[in-house]
Design a protein around this ligand. Structure first.
Ligand code: SF4
Length: 472
């Protein structure tokens, strides 16, 4: 795991976004480009599109944001009836062009493209088994292990090869696969990472989040079920349930931070969930204050919820610069505070002399929160009450989100009041895990909460000697 912070912030790094389309008669490359644009928040390191026209698969991918990777000419040269696309932030495998996806390879069954969101937890073991029997790897991604396994089973039909691969692999995966004439979507038996299906004319679209379906004009049909393989070709859509889930374990962090608020995942709209998190936070910690302000953008909906529930006025007290991209030059050591100020600037006229509740989604390492609190005090804020719409992050994620190494997680290493002191807040409140799960009523047992609870739905081994978690 690498250190999880984006330029000037202290957030988990996102993961990956996948998109697939089967829609003969449309410009599938362009639609995939727009779909990936809608999923850009899930990965900013590389982007790729693979298009099939019945005879062959063409691929275009590179490091960079979607608009940096594809020109209009590139897109117009990718013609076909079906396509898959991927945006990536590296959770497994380094940041390198070789690790960009989709992966496209040739095997005895023809050509196959694959795009993957999630992390496998038994990849080390599988990779050594494959290496010992002659497999060669180009990249360091766990996705290439999936590709190799499918190729190993190529004496079967592709669907059977995918089913056999699903029995071998463990952990989190939402996959989209492409042959010359067929699109396949797969979700792991726990349903860690989201994946949904929409219709577009006579065709279909699959995507990590429903916001991408909306963007391309597709009508949301349903989520891909945990353990399901969906096959789409000229005969229509077929579904097979391969591995019955022992339990569902949707990533609860998708709702708190990762997903776009306009997406609906497994029947829960992200914005609505965040709003309710704010209500719950207010019920647990009703602070006497003059203003509620969000840390934009992921804290905004919960801050509104907190304001609604308490009647305290909501104000935008921190302005976000939306133009800080991947190529942003990090300030030198002596200019470190600049990194936060570049991204978030307080509005003195709104804040001066006020007692403020500042709502954020989570604290990972605690570095940014301290700087934000200091900035508010510099503006003459009388009291800063920090409210988090999630429980303390105390464990690393091994299922596709980079939440930082455990020794970097402030809540894994400090008590509540030590954290409060270290960030300089007048009070600090984390939503309880019970309060978080209450949002989902009867569906509450269907989530992974490992980074908050330490209960990992798919086993992660902690060797006694090093004390460090490793993947089995
Ligand atoms: Fe999501 Fe946390 Fe579980 Fe990872 S450990 S899948 S971030 S809930």
């Amino acid at each position: 795991m690498t250190l999880g912070h984006q330029s000037g912030t202290d957030k988990p790094k996102d993961e990956c976004g996948v998109f697939g389309i089967y829609a003969p008669g449309t410009n599938v490359a362009r639609l995939t480009y727009y779909g990936l644009y809608a999923l850009q928040h899930r990965g900013q390191e590389s982007a790729g599109i693979a298009v099939a026209d019945g005879d062959r698969i063409q691929l275009s991918k590179a490091m960079g944001l979607v608009p940096e990777v594809f020109s209009a000419d590139t897109i117009d040269n990718l013609s076909g009836d079906l396509a898959i696309g991927h945006v990536r932030y590296s959770t497994t495998g380094s940041s390198s062009p070789l690790n960009a996806q989709p992966l496209v390879f040739r095997y005895t069954g023809g050509q196959l493209g694959l795009a993957h969101n999630g992390n496998l937890t038994n990849v080390t073991e599988l990779r050594s088994q494959l290496l010992s029997t002659g497999s060669i790897f180009q990249s360091s991604t766990d996705s290439e292990v999936v590709v190799n396994l499918i190729a190993r089973y190529s004496q079967s039909t592709l669907e059977e090869a995918v089913m056999k691969t699903m029995i071998d692999i463990k952990g989190a995966y939402s996959l989209v696969l492409l042959t010359e004439d067929k699109l396949i979507a797969v979700r792991d038996p726990y349903g860690f990472r989201p994946l949904c299906i929409g219709s577009l004319g006579n065709g279909y679209v699959v995507a990590s989040e429903s916001c991408a379906l909306d963007t391309v004009g597709a009508k949301f049909l349903r989520d891909v079920e945990p353990g399901e393989i969906v096959t789409i070709d000229s005969t229509g859509l077929k579904s097979a349930h391969v591995l019955p889930a022992k339990c569902r374990a949707h990533c609860i962090f998708e709702y708190i931070y990762v997903a776009r608020p306009d997406s609906t995942i497994d029947n829960y709209n992200v914005n609505r969930v965040r709003r309710k998190l704010g209500h719950q936070l207010a019920a647990e910690f009703p602070v006497d204050a003059d203003l509620v302000i969000p840390v934009p953008d992921s804290g905004t909906a919960s801050a509104r919820g907190y304001a609604e529930a308490t009647g305290i006025p909501f104000e935008e007290g921190l302005m976000k610069n939306r133009y800080i991209g991947r190529t942003f030059i990090q300030p030198s050591q002596d200019m470190r505070d600049l990194a936060v100020r570049l991204k978030l600037n307080p509005v003195r006229e709104v804040l001066e002399g006020k007692r403020v509740v500042m709502v954020d989604d989570s604290i990972v390492r605690g570095t940014t929160s301290g700087k934000l609190v200091a900035m508010l005090h510099d503006c003459g804020v009388k009291e800063v009450h920090m409210c988090l719409s999630s429980p303390p992050v105390i464990r690393s994620c091994y299922y596709g989100i980079d939440t930082s190494d455990e020794k970097e997680l402030i809540a894994a290493n400090m008590q509540l009041d030590e954290i409060r002191q270290s960030i300089g807040a007048d009070s600090l409140h984390y939503l309880s895990l019970e309060g978080l799960l209450d949002i989902f009523d009867d569906y509450r047992d269907n989530f992974c909460t490992a980074c908050f609870s330490g209960i990992y739905p798919v086993e992660v081994v902690k060797p006694k000697d090093t004390g460090k978690y490793s993947l089995e």
